[in-house]
Design a protein around this ligand. Structure first.
Ligand SMILES: Nc1ncnc2c1ncn2[C@@H]1O[C@H](COP(=O)(O)OP(=O)(O)OP(=O)(O)O)[C@@H](O)[C@H]1O
Length: 585
């Protein structure tokens, strides 16, 4: 019940639909329970007593009851559905909002397919119980409770004898619940894994095909599909075992009722109509108890789903804005790292070790070093994608933790290593960080990123719709659009994380030329593997295993005898060799 209590905020605020549904449920249940009584009166007081004049009135009474029941059922179902649907809407909304604000750390390990299945199937499972499960529980209580009262008024002895099997039925139902709940949780988990598999496969289909791993992937999917099938079979097995047992116990009740009740009628201790009414009422008790399986099933699904939803809703967010943060100020862009260390959650080794540097506003800093040496990690600490483990990161002398997220992040333009484009128009992609940008601003940003010419060659120009993740464009084109997006925001700090790695040397040169003007008055971090990308930087930081091992400007560093000179020699000697080979041909 704890799961339902924790999720109460999503359904209890519109409880009026629930109560209306319950009121009309009581009406329909009451009418259903009146049928056996009307039947008993028809047999005992009209047919056996030979008062046939009453029959037209009874027909009319039946008809009226049916019309009222029909209308009541409609209202009950509609409001019950509304109760579940509104909760589903609110839950999805909150989950989506939560996902937007969860830290990068969460996404480092999250699986897209699993998150998708939580937002779809699990929300649906929970909604199902709210719409139907709750009312079924109440219908159960009403049916069993009222039927028992009516039966007791007809014959106490027959009621007791008929219902002797009920405790057995209860025990079976209880055992069923104990087994079916964990089974359902596993079905849900397995569905999440299956979704993840499909999603990963579709996203990585090029890698799969390029390595001819289709059969391997089919095999792997087969394993997940098999697991999902087996878990469902296991679940069905529980059903198949317990349901006939419940039915068997119910049928014994009916046999006992008809044997003992028949005897009472023969001995004139019970009227025939009363026995018929008893038979119907017993059905009203046994059927709901057997249906309890369905209700428990629905409840188990909802509980399992609710738990999975709570896992997202209760996921801690360690990167928070402080109270009364600094807002609405324009930063200048001076960036300082003081003895900064960073250890990613779950990692033994620190990714950054005691990093200290200061970048004056408006200057360009180049970050170079082997892969995994910590360059990206440094830049991710500035907009607080992660928080430092030790030390502090300052912008204009203010700790980044003191800013509100919008003030901080809206003034930092990021061009990521793997640019992500949305499946909308090129125009919308460039203006993503500044939705009110004019067409002139968008085109200006594209020109600076050397993207304007190729965009104009596309049939729809800036209105060209991109496929998912920018499919339909080359890697270099995607990178240029993402550079244009960052420029369009007009940020004070610009971070280019290997931003020109996917473009050829000529395009890189063109972008660099255009960027000279863009970088003016902005602090720019350029992470690069090519020396050509950073050689004009005002300051170059050379990284090795999470530490800065060298710093200076290009002309000094190439004669320093350190790692920069080594990288320079490898890259430029190669070029000289290539040029010599070309001349010798
Ligand atoms: N999200 C993360 N969770 C855990 N460890 C991480 C994460 N991101 C990076 N690391 C680790 O931190 C170290 C530094 O990685 P980082 O991405 O900063 O290096 P880099 O110099 O930018 O590499 P590259 O040139 O390949 O982009 C590496 O050992 C890496 O495995």
């Amino acid at each position: 019940m704890n799961t339902f209590k924790k999720l109460k905020q999503f359904y209890w605020s519109h409880k009026r639909y629930f109560f209306i549904s319950i009121i009309f449920l009581i009406v329909t249940t009451a009418i259903t329970l009146v049928y056996p009584i009307v039947l008993q009166k028809t047999i005992d007081d009209v047919i056996i007593a030979g008062k046939y004049d009453f029959i037209p009135f009874l027909i009319l009474a039946y008809l009226t009851l049916m019309v009222i029941k029909g209308v009541a059922t409609y209202i009950q179902q509609y409001t019950g559905d509304m109760f579940g649907i509104i909760a589903m809407y609110k839950l999805r909304k909150r989950l989506y909002e939560k996902l937007q604000f969860l830290p990068f750390r969460f996404y480092d390990n999250a699986k897209t397919g699993d998150i998708m299945s939580r937002l779809t199937a699990d929300v649906q499972g929970f909604r199902h119980f709210l719409s139907y499960g709750f009312t079924e529980v109440i219908r159960f209580i009403l049916f069993v409770g009222i039927s028992m009262i009516v039966m007791f008024t007809y014959s106490i002895r027959l009621t007791i004898v008929t219902l002797f099997a009920l405790p057995f039925l209860m025990v079976v139902v209880h055992k069923f619940d104990k087994k079916v709940h964990p089974a359902f949780r596993k079905v849900r988990q397995s569905f999440g894994q299956l979704n993840t598999k499909v999603q990963e496969n579709v996203s990585g289909i090029k890698t799969v095909k390029s390595l001819s791993k289709e059969d391997f992937e089919i095999e792997r999917f087969h394993d997940f599909n098999l697991d999902f099938r087996d878990r469902n079979i296991f679940n069905s097995n529980i059903w198949a075992k317990y349901f006939p047992l419940m039915e068997f116990i119910g049928n014994i009740c009916i046999i006992v009722l008809l044997s003992y009740g028949g005897l009472l009628v023969i001995n004139n201790e019970l009227n025939p109509g009363e026995l018929v009414a008893f038979y119907s009422l017993t059905g009203y008790i046994i059927m709901p108890i057997m249906n309890l399986g369905f209700i428990i099933n629905m409840f188990s699904q909802a509980k399992a789903s609710g738990e999975r939803l709570l896992e997202i809703l209760e996921e801690p967010n360690e990167i928070k804005e402080k109270e009364n943060p600094i807002k609405h100020i324009e930063i200048k862009g001076e960036v300082t790292f003081n003895n900064v260390s960073l250890k990613y959650a779950g990692d033994e080794k620190a990714a950054l070790n005691n990093i200290t540097f200061s970048i004056p506003s408006g200057s360009v800093v180049g970050l170079i070093g082997a892969t995994g040496s910590g360059k990206t990690s440094v830049t991710q600490l500035i907009p607080r994608f992660y928080d430092v483990t030790e030390g502090e990161v300052l912008i204009d002398g203010i700790n980044v933790k003191d800013f509100d997220f919008y003030t901080l992040r809206s003034q930092i333009g990021f061009v990521l290593q793997e640019p992500f484009l949305f499946s909308s128009t090129i125009k919308a992609n460039i203006a993503y960080g500044k939705p009110d940008a004019t067409m002139e601003e968008i085109m200006d940003a594209a020109k600076r990123a050397d993207a304007h010419n190729f965009i104009m060659e596309l049939p729809e120009g800036y209105d060209t719709l991109l496929g998912e993740r920018g499919m339909g464009l080359s890697g270099g084109q995607r990178q240029r659009i993402s550079i244009a997006r960052a420029i369009c925001m007009n940020p004070k700090i610009l971070i280019l994380d290997d931003a020109t790695s996917a473009v050829d040397m000529e395009t890189e040169f063109a972008i660099q030329q255009a960027m000279q003007a863009v970088m003016k008055d902005r602090t720019t971090f350029i992470i690069a593997h090519r020396i050509s990308s950073i050689k004009h930087a005002d300051q170059i930081l050379v990284f090795e295993e999470g530490k800065i091992v060298e710093r200076g400007v290009h002309d000094e560093l190439i004669k320093n005898g350190g790692p920069y000179e080594r990288i320079y020699n490898i890259q430029y000697q190669d070029q000289v060799k290539i040029l010599q080979q070309a001349v010798n041909k």
